[in-house]
Each structure stands twice: as C-alpha cells, then as structure tokens.
Design a binder for this molecule. Sequence first.
Ligand SMILES: *Cc1c(COP(=O)(O)O)cnc(C)c1O
Length: 369
Amino acid sequence: MKVPFLDLKAQYLSIRNEADQAIQQVIDKCAFAGGPFVESFEKAFAPYCQCKEAVGVGSGTDALWIALTALGIGDGDEVITVPASFIATAEAISFSGAKPVFIDVVQSTCNMNPDLIEAAITSRTKAIIPVHLFGQMADMDPIMKIAKKHNLFVIEDACQAHGAEYKGRRAGSIGDAGCFSFYPGKNLGAYGEAGAVVTNNTELAETMRIFRDHGQSKKYYHKMVGWNGRMDGIQGAILEIKLKHLCAWNDARRENALIYKELLDDIDSILLPVETSHTKHVYHIYAIRTESRDELIAHLTGKEISCGIHYPVPIHLQEAYKTMGLTKGIFPVSEKCADEFVSLPMYPELNKDQIEYIAQEIKRFTVYS
Ligand SMILES: *Cc1c(COP(=O)(O)O)cnc(C)c1O
C-alpha cells in the first residue's frame, strides 16, 4: 500500500466546488492583492484565534518579521527562542536586526524550557518567541510570567498550531502577537504562500496593517517606511472557505493520532508524541522518536510509506548560523530530538487502513532489527 506523507489533492477534492467558486469570485472582482477577500478572512480568523485582530500577510516568515518590527524590535536587541524549529523563526529575528538567543527545549514535548529563560535574559533582551512545535503549544503560563517580570514582549510562533489550545486558550491569543503560516501543507493551508499575525492589541494591528502596505494608510501617502507584505486575494478567499473545515480537520488529525497511539504504544524502542494535560495538540506533524531513525525510514520507504524529518539539524548547528559559534553539545535536548525524530504521515484524510499498515511495518521493523 502506498502512503504519501501529505495528500493535498485529497483535501482539495473534498472542497472542490467551494474552492473553485471562491477563486472564481476573486477573479471576477479582480481583487488580487489585499482587498475585500483578505479583509473578510481576517474578520473570521481573529475570533477563531480568540483575538480581536488578524492581519493577513504574505507568509509565516513575514508574519514573524512584521510582528517583531511593529513592536519596535531591531538593531542591538536580543530575542530569546529555541533551536528546535524551522529556520524561519530565527531568520525573522535576524532580519529585524536583532540577535536570536537560543535556549533548549524540554524532552517531553520539544517545546521551549521556561526554566532556562531567565539565565538568557540580558539588558538587550526585548522579546521571547516560543514555538508551538508540531501543533502543541509551549508552556505559556511560566513564559508569560517571566516576560511580565522582565517587561518583555512575547510573540508566539503558531505557524504549526492553528486551533491548538493551552488551558482552553487558542494559539496566538496569549502573547502580544501570534504568527501563523498558511503554507500549503500547514493545518490551514493556502493555495500558495500566505500568513497572518493575530493580536488583541488594536494599535499594534493598525501599525502592522500600515507596515504591510508600504507604510500607507491612504494611497500614496506614506507615514512610515514599510514593506509589501500583503496577502493575495485568492489566498484570503481560499482560507476563509477552509477555515470553516478546520475544527473538523483538526479533530480528524487527533483521531488519527489516537489510532497511532493505540497501535504503537507498546513498542519500547519508540517514543510517541506526548500530549500534555493542559494542551490540545493539533498534530501538524506526528513525530515519533527512535535511536534507529535512519534504518526505520529506510524500512518504511521500502514499503512505500513516505516519512519526513522535522528537523534534521537544529538551527544553532545550521551552516547559516555558524558565525554565532555555537557548537554541538550546548543544546543536548534539541540535538537529540534532531537525531531521533521521524515524522509519520499525518493529515485528516489519512485513513485507518493506512495507519494500520504503517503501524504493522513499524512493528515488523522493531521486531527484526
Ligand atoms: C512554516 C513555519 C514558518 C514559516 O512560515 P512560511 O509561511 O513558510 O514563511 C515559521 N515557523 C514555523 C515553526 C513554521 O513551521
């Protein structure tokens, strides 16, 4: 049985009529760049995230960079984040002019370890960016408490966590701003590139709206040096359609995670994702851990099961950041995760037969290896 890692086509086919109509509407109205379809999506996405405001932008990377910049973070500042993430988290900090300062993660969830924050704070620290890795929110209460004590902003990298919850509060609603990616493979994925920043701070939202549109609040009157960070009209229309299905799709992911757990729980050599008691995980990625990662991937690939690795190299060891002089051994938990993670197929349309087949092949691998 062939099991793809992702199946974007299956999802499109399930909403084909709605999606095609939405795109046609944008074309009919020629509302291609920003405009009414983006605004309409923003009005739906903000309350979905339990926030007052949502600002649609060009990508998740844009969202992070625009949030940092609009909060006044830049040259000479430091921003605390984790090395166990996609590189965009650190890139956005670097491109704001600030310096990323990494701290390690906790073993159980691979999310930011709040106990390590205070030791990393200096007089230059301006913000903390926790990453809600794989769809599970970081431990926000201690993070917010430390931020408050030291007068720091908190920007949630919620790019993998659309609809995830922490103590009943949705991803993006707890910090000063929450940043989302709508890259096609994300839980809420566009038909191209898109992102958004959500916030309860209306003034910050206004600054971001002006910034993403060349610093203009009125056409050709520019009150600040901004950027072109607008969301496409077509993406706004598609995202509004897809948002209506997001709760059901996240539930289907959670159901699939439960089936994986039932089938794989008794294998000692494999660690399954842990959903902590106060979070609702939305399983953007279903990453298991094993010391024989490469061998397991080879076995599954041979059985036509596609896997991924998120991510093989932690950010501090990436060539792009080698000038920071951070060497192997300083963030042992992040490094071990990078060595052991295997992402199994995970999407709402994945069916029980497929999961049973994957679990059977993992079991056969662990018995014979
Ligand atoms: C996807 C992602 C981003 C970047 O989003 P883009 O839309 O691809 O720019 C940032 N952070 C994390 C954790 C991501 O998964």
